[in-house]
Design a protein. Sequence first.
Lengths: 182, 416
Amino acid sequence: MKNVLMVSAVAALLVLSGCSSKDSSIEPYDNSGVTIQPDTSSNADTEELNGEDVVVVEGTDANEMTLSALESRLNSVHFAFDKFNISSEMQDIIDTNSQLVKSDAKNYSVKLEGNCDEWGSDEYNYALGLKRANAVKSSMIRDGVSAERITMVSYGESNPTCTDKTEACWAQNRRVDFKLLP
Amino acid sequence: MRYLLGIFLVTLLLSANDATIEVIKKADSYASIAIEDATESFETVASRQFFKNIVSDMNVLSLFNVERKHYINNYDDSSTSLETRAFDYVLRYRLRHGDRDNIMVDMKLLHNDSVMMEKVYKMSKKNLLVFVAHSIAYDINDMMGAAPVDWMKKKVIFSKLTAPGRSEIVISDYTLTYQHTIIKGALNVFPQWADNKQNAFYYTSLSKDIPTLYKMNLKTGTKEKIATSDGMLVCSDVSDDGRKLLLTMAPSGQPDIYLFDTLSKQKKRLTTYRGIDVNGQFMEDNKIAFVSNRLGYPNIFSKKLNGGGVEQMVYYGRSNAACSAHNEYVVYKSRESNNEFKRNTFNLHLISTKTDFIRRLTATGVNEYPRFSTSGDTILFIKNYQQQSSVGIIRLQENKSFLFPLKIGKLQSIDW
């Protein structure tokens, strides 16, 4: 992974600073070099707004290895609303995935991505996604996959596979995806 | 009789200071105000927008009945126009170009043809005009002796989801009129101002192999890696002095709350429950409020920073999954329906550790991510309703709320 950092010119970070009386000396809001001066053309109090801005563009390295062929054989595990326990049907999927991870994908690490439906962008939803990923990790360890090969991340509600406003769609989003890392 | 009157007055005074008690104010008790535009030569679009911003800000102040008609007058006229003479107050302004490409805004507030205040605002860029409107409102509010509205001049920072797995972090004013995207691309969430000066912020990058917390310096455009954690990592709150952070981390797959010292870089684990503990918020008496599912569903609890037991704070609601704290007050998000799909409204509620009152603050839609202002009398929040994501402002003492819709994307998290 590689970050591309682009810092662009000056413009937006706002500096607001006011003076309470027309004769008072005005101190700069910060040390950014912006000097705040009263407007001498008027008797009224003066307030100056100025600033600078920064834009950062982040992306992934184009050379990053894709493992989509193997990953396509790793099926997602789905969960009930507000739950992170694994059903027997989903346990079969985890067991099958574990076998693949121990055989064809044995040279790769596994990243478990926990996801939730759209009901909440708060931390709790991210924690729920993590608990789902952690439940899958525990199950894979029981299947014989080394814990050192498994990492986890929760995307909360931010990475849906379905964006319709239906119960079926929300159910698709309550899932753990399997990704392989070199 | 005198004794009873005394009790009544004391009760009235106490309740006036208790934000959990709803105060009903009648609109017709407000003074009227008209706004006169005295701009002679300025870009039309910016000028029109400025008038809208001034009207909006005057309304949010909740001090006046604001006339929305666009009146025209000469800036230096000593009296108000015939049309505005019947109003208690007249706010007159003029936009103009100053020297060295600066933009100037002259403003005066008139009452009975007397100038009550006059001020000139200067800025280097036209897109900052909305902040002049906020500053004018702030100054008028100050002159009228009303409770401070410092939050009006503060910057809001939010993350918005633009596509699955993609987000942007944006700095804006509280009305979303001004917006500047500070981080584009990838998935970056949970921005949190690093201190009251708002020169830096923390945010979580989910685009790396491991969730990573960064601190972005806005002056230099540089970022510093603060911490990493498998699973999840969020900066939930920053202490008033900016030195301590409450982080949600999960180094062993278990989400817990940690206290992080930004100077020593040392962290201390505050919660140890094997379920979910998240969303730590600094509150009074060296305590934190936080969200935990230790009763089988998400609810709000508190505990001392230096140890001790966990105390349940909320006894209402079937799912209370987010909170913000200020001194003795806690505002939390609560699911109103037992059915997760039918009429699944999430509302914000306010409680105080000093009373048993619960005040519901919202009525429709999914209301979440509440954040108290520094003074604690105003709450910023996210509202999602009918495919529309908005920034909401609740003024507790005035019993008013205002919504400012986001045109593109869905709000993920917010701070100010």
